[in-house]
Design a protein around this ligand. Structure first.
Ligand code: SAH
Ligand code: SF4
Ligand code: F3S
Length: 444
């Protein structure tokens, strides 16, 4: 028996890429293990979005030094966004001489051949490409590991170059995937029993921008996915507020599959900061978009990403952010402390905000978020809503967790046999941001 162990960091894109790496390993006869000591192949699928992510990964790689000494035949591979950064492969090689294979974000589909080469020749491998033929990546074997959800890539890369962000440098330019292939993969996932489809792209609203005639628009793609027969849910991530058009909102409004939950990262509520961030919208145009979305999809809920402490952010700028949070009433916020990334435009900006101020701001933001989110939770108490049961409860025995059509998690009494089913659930209570409910038998 040969075993593999994958450590995944970062976003959903990486989670899905690890499913592809697992697919390759299983096609070569390896089995998954949760015990790293047992592993013959270890893969670090890394992230570079913030310094804290990198530090954590470096620490985790370092921990394998001793294991590799005990088990010299263990192959250790590093891939993902961290290895794609300029000068990083050399740095990683010098810092961790026990690493066997380093490959970049555009070399994923070749992992299987690197592994064979390493085993046959004993030579260390470093392969970092700047571009790739995406159909190789799309056609990789996949071992889906995300419960009832199937991740489906619709595009790769990002052209936006937000001034703080490393992603365009490590993921390359936007490339769309042909619609027929996307639909075909979704149909296969549904016939395999998956109940939730999440369309993945750094900026899904840019789908087709690289060749409109060939690919069409994101609204058209979404509408075609919605037309596929069967009872299932559709999600997508991520939308850039500058690109979310009304035709997409119209498709969502008419659908009973596409969840009424929109993740619209604002990053900051201050127009000065948004300009420095290169986001191409203002606080006013963002709020206008939220108003349009609320008009077209009246029962929609919203979430957002916010960065605090971007260079030059004053107390006044930050109060604009708090103002947006109050006005929109997000169901959920993902909040981050600004982290300087090498090679980005913001790296060169002066007026870095002291860490104590950043920490104070994020604390205030989170406290406002919780206040707003619990108000939203409270309004569902007493309602009967459709819930897709996602998994057994991670902590509470005898309970399962599911998602409402508005992207809210509900904890319900029940066992594993419910996972993957749709139930009508009466919301009985809400605690801070989580809901509890009970299945209303007569309706399901
Ligand atoms: N493509 C997506 C996700 C990008 S990464 C999007 O555009 O929304 C996810 C989030 O990480 C971003 O939305 C941003 O809020 C945060 N982020 C990106 N770079 C960062 C940095 N240098 N410091 C802190 N947070 C950052
Ligand atoms: Fe980064 Fe901006 Fe692209 Fe999102 S849209 S991945 S934040 S550059
Ligand atoms: Fe991280 Fe790369 Fe995703 S930097 S957030 S894993 S695109």
């Amino acid at each position: 028996m040969k075993y593999y162990y994958i450590l995944t960091y970062g976003c959903q894109m990486n989670v899905h890429e690890s499913e592809k790496l697992a697919g390759i390993l299983e096609s070569q006869g390896y089995l998954c293990t949760e015990n790293k000591e047992e592993a013959d192949v270890v893969v670090f699928n890394t992230c570079a979005i913030r310094e804290t992510a990198e530090q954590k990964i470096m620490g985790n790689i370092g921990e394998f030094k001793g294991l590799k000494k005990k088990k010299p035949n263990m192959i250790i591979a590093i891939c993902g966004c961290m290895s794609q950064q300029k000068n990083y492969p050399e740095m990683l090689k010098a810092k961790f001489p026990f690493i066997d294979i380093i490959f970049g974000t555009h070399n994923i589909s070749e992992f299987g051949s690197y592994l064979i080469k390493r085993l046959e020749t004993g030579k260390k491998i470093i392969e970092i490409s700047e571009t790739e033929n995406i159909s190789n990546r799309d056609n990789m074997p996949k071992k889906r590991t995300s419960g009832i959800n199937a991740w489906i890539n619709i595009m790769y890369g990002c052209n936006n170059f937000c001034s703080y962000c490393i992603v365009p440098y490590v993921r390359g330019r936007e490339v769309s995937r042909p619609k027929e292939e996307i639909i075909c993969e979704i149909k296969k996932a549904l016939s395999d029993g998956f109940k939730e489809i999440t369309l993945l792209g750094q900026n899904v609203n840019s789908y087709g921008n690289d060749d409109r005639e060939k690919f069409g628009t994101f609204a058209e793609l979404l509408s075609d996915v919605d037309k596929i027969d069967g009872k299932f849910r559709i999600k997508f991530m991520t939308s850039h507020p500058k690109d979310l058009t009304d035709d997409v909102l119209d498709v969502i409004a008419k659908s009973n599959k596409i969840i009424h939950y929109l993740h619209l990262p604002i990053q900051s509520g201050s127009n000065n900061i948004l300009k420095l961030m290169n986001r191409h919208y203002t606080k006013e145009s963002y709020l206008n978009l939220i108003d349009r979305a609320k008009r077209i999809v009246p029962d929609a809920e919203f979430s957002s990403d916010i960065i605090v402490g971007f260079p030059g952010e004053t107390e006044e700028d930050f109060s604009e952010t708090l103002d947006v949070v109050k006005k929109v009433g997000y169901q959920q916020l993902f909040t981050y402390i600004y982290s300087k990334r090498k090679g980005t435009v913001a790296e060169k900006l002066e007026n870095q905000v002291p860490i104590a101020i950043k920490k104070d701001r994020i604390k205030r933001l989170i406290s406002l978020e919780q206040e707003m989110a619990s108000k939203i939770s409270d309004k569902y108490v007493g309602e009967i809503v459709e819930v897709l049961i996602e998994d057994v409860h991670p902590k509470k025995q005898g309970y399962v967790v599911g998602d409402t059509f508005f992207g809210k998690t509900v904890s319900i009494k029940g066992d594993a046999s419910l996972v993957g089913s749709f139930k009508m659930v009466k919301i009985t209570s809400s605690k801070l941001t989580t809901l509890s409910g009970e299945i209303v038998e007569e309706i399901c």
